[in-house]
Ligand binder design. Structure first.
Ligand SMILES: C=C(O[C@@H]1C=C(C(=O)O)C=C[C@H]1O)C(=O)O
Length: 102
């Protein structure tokens, strides 16, 4: 396990955010729609970066998938969001690297 803050460590990559107080459903829905759009854009960027990393590792003769790194990522999602975080992390990983068996 890498030291906190070292390359490969995921625990340090934490963003603290507080939702604003809203005064109407429409305002809240507008903010949620903005968040969903940001999440989709972030996931698209993540998928592209993940694909590049997988290609670089294969060019170097390594495996496309690295389970130890994925386990650290899943653990960081679990730390912050609990069991649903694990489900989301697995869905994100599937989006970004395809099926684990490939
Ligand atoms: C992107 C990488 O390659 C694969 C994809 C990962 C991901 O999308 O987070 C994580 C580990 C690897 O299975 C990596 O090793 O960092």
């Amino acid at each position: 396990m890498p030291a906190p803050g070292a390359p490969g460590d995921v625990a340090h990559a934490r963003v603290v955010s507080t939702a604003p107080t809203i005064s109407s459903i429409a305002e809240g829905r507008g903010l949620i729609d903005d968040i969903d759009a940001q999440l989709r854009a972030l996931l698209t960027n993540r998928r592209d970066l993940s694909s590049q990393i997988q290609s670089l590792r294969q060019v170097e003769g390594g495996p496309r998938i690295e389970h130890a790194r994925e386990n650290r990522i899943i653990a960081s999602w679990a730390d912050e969001l609990g069991p649903r975080g694990v489900e989301i992390a697995l869905a994100v990983l599937t989006l970004c690297r395809g099926a684990a068996s490939q």
